[in-house]
Write a protein that binds this ligand. Structure first.
Ligand SMILES: Nc1ncnc2c1ncn2[C@@H]1O[C@H](COP(=O)(O)OS(=O)(=O)O)[C@@H](OP(=O)(O)O)[C@H]1O
Ligand SMILES: Nc1ncnc2c1ncn2[C@@H]1O[C@H](COP(=O)(O)OP(=O)(O)O)[C@@H](O)[C@H]1O
Length: 221
C-alpha cells in the first residue's frame, strides 16, 4: 500500500468562533429512509424555516450530490477517461453506497465544523454506514452533533408515490438493486427522531424536527 504523508493542521478560526458568529451551534440532521419516503420534502421545509429564522444552514440532498461530488461512471466519462471514470464513479452497489455515504459524511462533518446546521437527505440504507458518520461527527465534535431522523414511511406508500417511476421499473425487473425491493433498508435502532412519513403532512413532520432542534438548544425558541 502506498504511504501518503498528510498532517492535520488546526485552523486559526475555530468552530466555536464560527458558531459564536452564527449565533447557534453547528450540527448534522441526517434524514434516512426509502426512496419516496419524504426526506427531501421535509428537509427542504426545515431548511426554509430555519433560514427564515436567520439560521445558517445547508442541505445536502441525494440526487443533487450524485450530480457533483459523487457522480456515476457515465457522468464522469463525459469529462474524464474511462479508467478514471470507472475508478471514481459511484452507482448503487453496496460498496458504492458505502463510499457515497462516507464522502457525504466527511463533507457534513466539515459543514458542521463551519457552524452550519447541515441537513442531509440520503437513502443511506445501511446502518453501519450511518453509524460511521455518527462516530465521525461525535469524535471530531461532541455527542449530539449527529441527529438521525428516520422518515418511517411504509414501502407500499413510497411505492404508490413513486415520483420517479423507480419502483415501477424495479418491479418490472428493469432496475436492479432498488432499496426496499431487492436491496435492503436497515432501519435505525436508536434514531433521535422518527417521523411517521405515511400518515402526517410534511409540514407537521418538519415542525417536529424544528421542535427537536429547539429542545436540543441548537436554535432558539
Ligand atoms: N437502486 C436504487 N436504490 C435507491 N435509490 C435509487 C436507486 N437508483 C436510483 N436511485 C435514486 O437515487 C436516490 C438515492 O441516492 P442516495 O445517494 O440517497 O442513495 S444511497 O444513500 O447511496 O443509497 C433516490 O432518491 P430519493 O428518491 O430522493 O431517495 C433515487 O431517486
Ligand atoms: N408527508 C407526506 N405526505 C404526503 N406526501 C408526501 C409527504 N412527504 C413527501 N410527500 C410526497 O412524496 C413524494 C416523494 O417525496 P420526496 O421528498 O421526494 O421523497 P424522498 O426524498 O425521500 O425520495 C413527493 O411527491 C412529495 O410531495
Amino acid at each position: 500500500m502506498e504511504k501518503v504523508e498528510v498532517t492535520w493542521h488546526d485552523h486559526a478560526v475555530t468552530r466555536a468562533d464560527r458558531e459564536h458568529l452564527n449565533g447557534h451551534r453547528g450540527c448534522v440532521v441526517w434524514f434516512t429512509g426509502l426512496s419516496g419516503c419524504g426526506k427531501s420534502t421535509i428537509a427542504n421545509l426545515v431548511d426554509r424555516q430555519l433560514h427564515e429564522q436567520g439560521a445558517h444552514t445547508f442541505l445536502l440532498d441525494g440526487d443533487n450530490v450524485r450530480h457533483g461530488l459523487n457522480p456515476s461512471t457515465a457522468m464522469l466519462a463525459t469529462s474524464h477517461d474511462a479508467d478514471f471514470a470507472t475508478r471514481f464513479g459511484l452507482g448503487f452497489g453496496p460498496a458504492d453506497r458505502e463510499e457515497n455515504i462516507r464522502r457525504i459524511g466527511a463533507v457534513a462533518d466539515l459543514f458542521c465544523q463551519a457552524g452550519l446546521i447541515t441537513l442531509a437527505a440520503f437513502v443511506s440504507p445501511y446502518r453501519k454506514d450511518r453509524d460511521l458518520v455518527r462516530q465521525r461527527l461525535e469524535s471530531s465534535g461532541a455527542v449530539g452533533d449527529f441527529i438521525e431522523v428516520f422518515v418511517d414511511t411504509p414501502l407500499d406508500v413510497c411505492e404508490s408515490r413513486d415520483p420517479k417511476g423507480l419502483y415501477k421499473k424495479a418491479r418490472a425487473g428493469e432496475l436492479k438493486g432498488m432499496t426496499g425491493i431487492d436491496d435492503p433498508y436497515e432501519a435505525p435502532l436508536n434514531a433521535e427522531i422518527t417521523l411517521a412519513g405515511g400518515s402526517a403532512a410534511a409540514e407537521e413532520l418538519a415542525a417536529l424536527v424544528i421542535a427537536q432542534l429547539k429542545k436540543r438548544g441548537i436554535v432558539g425558541s
